[in-house]
Design a protein around this ligand. Structure first.
Ligand SMILES: Nc1ncnc2c1ncn2[C@@H]1O[C@H](COP(=O)(O)OP(=O)(O)O)[C@@H](O)[C@H]1O
Ligand SMILES: [Mg+2]
Length: 257
């Protein structure tokens, strides 16, 4: 399916119309397209945090996230991780396989910070050694804004019918595999992958594919030498504007050989 659309302008003009809008989320608008089993995700410039209680917008943010996600999905595909990615159009739109999203946010943590530190009283420290987990931690959160995305266990997933036992194991295995690939990748860009959130979905044959986006909105990335935050925590913690940091992330990734 790669590089299937050559007339990007025409395709976007035809598909990015109100009548095709299926869903508007916090970070993306999803459009149905003229191609079977596909979606067009338009990355928004809006910034939200704390379940959209804090909001802002920065011009160019959506495009940067789309481009960074593109780099990552292409890398993962090259390493045999199956994703929903088909093609990126004009740096801001992603043509994806349409999936049935599993409403579980899969979080992988290499260093304790954020809600983990808060919940368990682990100090949030810039001294990475103090907050390093012994091994990567995989957590599940129920993807439901009205409930504030609560943390859940495997048993809750089964009880609520969110995924079966084989799928739960697969989600954990894939999340750890992605973590290993991305830790090494970001390291080459002098970035430390602190933690990140993944979403998965089922295709029409029931295969589990990685979906949504992987961007500085969904990852914590700290500069390897200065520990400077290069992700959405800049917005959460009022540390300045995010687009400069996201630009820096994209340009560092683009320089990786
Ligand atoms: N390949 C896909 N097929 C169907 N839905 C998807 C796919 N990838 C992502 N989504 C869904 O797109 C929606 C819009 O994304 P986003 O704006 O980030 O939503 P949210 O407000 O839930 O964070 C989310 O519900 C996400 O689960
Ligand atoms: Mg989202």
């Amino acid at each position: 399916m790669e590089n299937m659309i050559t007339q990007e302008n025409e395709f976007l003009q035809e598909n990015l119309v109100e009548a095709n809008l299926l869903y508007e989320g916090k970070g993306k608008k999803l459009y149905k397209t003229t191609l079977d089993n596909t979606l067009l995700a338009a990355f928004k410039d809006d910034l939200t945090a704390f379940n959209a209680q804090k909001r802002s917008s920065e011009e160019g943010k959506g495009s940067l996230n789309c481009q960074i996600s593109t780099q990552i999905f292409m890398l993962l595909e090259s390493r045999d991780v199956k994703t929903h990615f088909i093609q990126t159009l004009q740096d801001k739109y992603m043509l994806c396989k349409k999936l049935e999203i599993i409403p579980i946010e899969v979080v992988v943590r290499n260093i304790a910070t954020g809600s983990l530190s808060k919940r368990l009283g682990i100090a949030e420290s810039l001294n990475i050694k103090e907050t390093l987990l012994g091994a990567p931690l995989v957590e599940f959160y129920y993807k439901d804004d009205s409930l504030n995305d609560p943390i859940i266990t495997d048993s809750h997933c089964l009880l609520m019918g969110l995924a079966n036992i084989h799928e739960i194991e697969k989600l954990k295995e894939l999340a750890l595999q992605v973590n290993e690939i991305l830790k090494e990748y970001f390291d080459k860009a002098s970035l430390r992958l602190i933690d990140f959130k993944l979403e998965f979905g089922r295709d029409f044959s029931g295969n589990i594919l990685l979906a949504d986006e992987i961007s500085p909105d969904s990852c914590r990335l700290w500069d390897k030498t200065t520990n400077k935050k290069m992700d959405k925590d800049i917005f959460r913690q009022n540390l300045g504007n995010v687009t400069n940091a996201y630009k820096e992330v994209l340009s560092r990734l683009a320089e990786i050989k």
